[in-house]
Every structure is written in C-alpha cells, then in structure tokens.
Design a binder for this molecule. Structure first.
Ligand SMILES: O=C(O)CCC(=O)C(=O)O
Length: 283
C-alpha cells in the first residue's frame, strides 16, 4: 500500500527501492536557479510515436495556422492529454510542486529551419491571471534535439527571485506581444536549455526566458505543458475558458475541472484557448 502510494508521488523504483525522481541537488537547483534541464522523459522509440502524433495534430491545422496554434488542444485530443499527463513528467513536476497539482495549459513552440521567429524575453507569470504566483511550473518537452543553433529556449538563472518585472509591447520580431524592458536583466547571463529529443526542461513561472531564431537546417519543436499547485486560482473573469485537470493528490475545488477528451486527435477552436492577460487587454 505504502509502495503503491509512493509510486504515485514523485518517486520511481531503482534497484528494488523507491527513490525520489529528483535528487536533493536538483530540487535545490530549481529553487535557487529557477530551472532544470536535460531530464529524460521519453525514450527515442517513444519519441518516434510522439512525433507521429504531433504530425497528426499538425494535419488538423488550417492553412493559415502554424504549430503554435496547437494550444490547449489537450482539452480536445485524448492523445495530447495523455502526453501532458505522462507519469514520467508528473513524477518530476511532483518533485517541484508537491503532491497536489493540476495541469491547465499546453502549446507547441516550433521554428522551421532558417526561421527568423524569436520568443522575446518574458516571464510567464506576467501573462497569466493566476494567484498566487510562484506555484506554477512549465515543462518544455523536446520533440527534436534543440541547442543554440536551432533556437533552444534560454533562461536567466535566478531571475525568478526578483519577482515580476515591467514588460512593454514588443518591438522585436517575436511570437509574443510583450517583452521585458531593456535594463531589467542581463542577457549576458543567459543559459541555453539544450535538450536531446525526449528530454525536458522545467522552468519557474517567474524566470526570465526567451528564445532566438532558428539559424540551422533543422526543425525545432517543443511542447510546453503548464502545471499549478491545487491552491492556485485562475481569475475566470479574465480567462473564462480556463479548466484545471487535477493530476496528482487532492483537487481543492479551486477551479472548474475540465472534461478529459475521448477523441484521440481533435482540434480545439481558437476561441477556447486560454487567453493570457496581454491578449485580453492590459495586465
Ligand atoms: O519555446 C520557446 O521558445 C518559448 C517557450 C516559452 O516561452 C514558455 O514555455 O513559456
């Protein structure tokens, strides 16, 4: 009984013993630096299947939509819901958020070879109508190898400790509408979250991050999945589409709970994606 419980609470079996999924060093690093990188989640054969699934979802896009429009489709696609709730991801998230948490957001971030698309420096928490802050984590799952050449995500270590910084309407070529003002952080401190396909990084909701263009001949594809502690409440007046999918521990009834989809591959209408504060007007 105890073993069964432990198996669902951020632990894995190694050499016959239940071990925490994350080492103390890893959890300390997350607290101090606001991110973890290079955690193995899916094997290369599993990733072959996941890439097929991704391409099936891409086949549901309208001609004028890119993969970034695959946003919150876990509410419509059972396959994607299954990826976002994979035990290997949840065990790591549990090591970071504790036993009670839910999933609420997902989006693919893709850059084709030689694409000039960037993601401006920002803090996720600035975009989200969630309270309290600092209790949410994003997993970034690599669907291809990512590094400096193909525009891997970069973070400013420990920047989450400064709280939310002032953002402005973006002036750079970015998929986001806001970016951090110059002088609020030092881009020279950036660390590139290089990952092999099947590995994931995890970042704190207030860490400063962004990503450069893809200057390589390779695709760059990652799936972001957002998780929050069960006590984190969404302001539904700002994001009425918000639905929580409790995945571990107790649901505290803080938010409306989403229905797990039954259809393996289906798209969500764009009106149903969870709007961030900038899309909804001013923060
Ligand atoms: O993939 C990227 O470049 C950016 C992703 C991002 O901003 C996020 O996961 O919050």
């Amino acid at each position: 009984m105890l073993r069964a419980k432990l198996a669902r609470t951020g632990t894995r079996k190694a050499k016959g013993k239940m071990m925490p999924t994350l080492t103390v060093g890893q959890t300390d690093q997350f607290v101090e630096r606001g991110y973890l990188r290079g955690l193995e989640v899916f094997s290369s054969s599993e990733m072959d299947g996941l890439r097929d699934g991704y391409h099936t979802l891409c086949g549901l896009l309208e001609p004028d939509e890119g993969p970034g429009a695959i946003r919150e489709w876990h509410m419509a696609s059972r396959w994607l819901y299954g990826v976002c709730s994979a035990p290997a991801l949840l065990d790591i998230v549990e090591g970071l958020l504790g036993q009670n948490f839910y999933m609420w957001g997902s989006q693919f971030f893709a850059k084709s070879p030689h694409s000039s698309t960037t993601v401006a420096w920002h803090q996720d928490g600035y975009y989200w109508p969630l309270e309290p802050l600092h209790e949410s984590v994003t997993a970034w799952l690599a669907f291809e190898d990512v590094d400096e050449a193909n525009g891997a995500m970069q973070v400013i270590p420990s920047s989450h400790r400064a709280g939310l910084l002032q953002h402005r309407k973006h002036i750079s070529e970015s998929v986001l509408t806001l970016e951090l003002q110059d002088g609020t952080f030092s881009a020279e401190d950036a660390v590139s979250l290089n990952l092999a396909s099947g590995q994931a990084s995890f970042h704190h909701d207030s860490i400063v991050h962004g990503s450069p263009a893809n200057a390589s001949d390779r695709e760059r594809v990652g799936l972001t999945v957002r998780y929050s502690r069960a006590n984190v409440r969404c302001d539904l007046s700002r994001a009425p589409q918000f639905r929580a999918y409790p995945l571990r521990g107790q649901d505290m009834g803080t938010n409306p709970v989403g229905e797990i989809p039954g259809i393996p591959f289906a798209r969500l209408s764009p009106e149903m994606h969870i709007r961030s504060l900038d899309e909804d007007g001013e923060r």
